[in-house]
Write a protein that binds this ligand. Structure first.
Ligand code: ZN
Length: 240
């Protein structure tokens, strides 16, 4: 069983890394679920400087959104997290972000297909939640969870993205991959047609099976970068 201290520290570090990478700021939040104690740990809400989040700033609540610890209110769109944590046994870490490039995919009819080997974790496609509204109720959260089904991400029209993973490390890595994929595809679109990775090549790369190991290495790398650069405003660190 992972300790509460470890979950708090990791989620705080994840928040700072995403801030360093320009993926969380005024908006956006990340969460992790402890299935044994049935508690959700979440990054602080709008207005908090995410570059300085520590384990003490992490909010603790139940799946119904009632706060257990943290002394503040949950981010407005907490139902995104709770619905996924409640309905999917493998959705132990969830990010909702207004990521600059990936969010553009929520505004186009173009279906997302991976163009890099790393991006093949999204081989099964990424659905779009087409309602251009904030997610304030569990009813909306459940609609999104049903839309995502067993996939690792969703776009939210005119709004942002959701990334779902088994742990904080995989959530961070998947988020970084998705934003990198989106940036590359937007750059490629100025060059005309571009080649995507086929389902067969995605399967051959084995991205899903290798994800835990790759995510752990990325975690160590970005934690080190954030320690050196995060507070000094030295990011983002290129995803190459
Ligand atoms: Zn949002």
């Amino acid at each position: 069983m992972v300790s509460e201290t470890s979950l708090r520290e990791k989620l705080a570090a994840c928040t700072r890394i995403l801030a360093m990478q320009g993926l969380i700021g005024l908006f956006g939040h990340v969460s992790v679920f402890d299935p044994q104690r049935r508690r959700v740990f979440m990054s602080p809400s709008q207005g908090f400087d995410k570059t300085g989040v520590t384990e003490k700033d992490i909010l603790v609540s139940r799946l119904d959104g009632s706060i257990e610890d943290g002394g503040a209110r949950l981010p407005l769109e907490w139902p995104i997290h709770m619905a996924l944590h409640e309905r999917r046994a493998d959705a132990l870490a969830v990010a909702h972000l207004h990521a600059p490039y990936a969010t553009l995919f929520s505004m186009t009819e173009r279906a997302f297909r991976p163009v890099t080997l790393q991006g093949s974790i999204f081989c099964g496609g990424i659905p779009t939640y087409t309602q251009p509204h904030l997610v304030r109720s569990m009813e909306q959260g459940i609609q999104i969870a049903d839309l995502i089904c067993d996939r690792p991400a969703a776009f939210m029209r005119g709004h942002g993205i959701i990334v779902v993973a088994r742990d904080i490390e995989q959530m961070l890595f998947s988020t970084l991959i998705l934003e990198d994929e989106a940036q590359k595809q937007i750059m490629l679109s100025s060059m005309g047609d571009f080649r995507c990775i086929s389902d067969e090549d995605c399967a051959a790369f084995g991205a899903a099976a290798e994800l835990p190991g790759r995510a752990q290495r990325a975690w160590s790398y970005y934690c080190g970068c954030e320690k050196r650069l995060g507070h000094a405003g030295g990011g983002p660190v290129p995803f190459v």
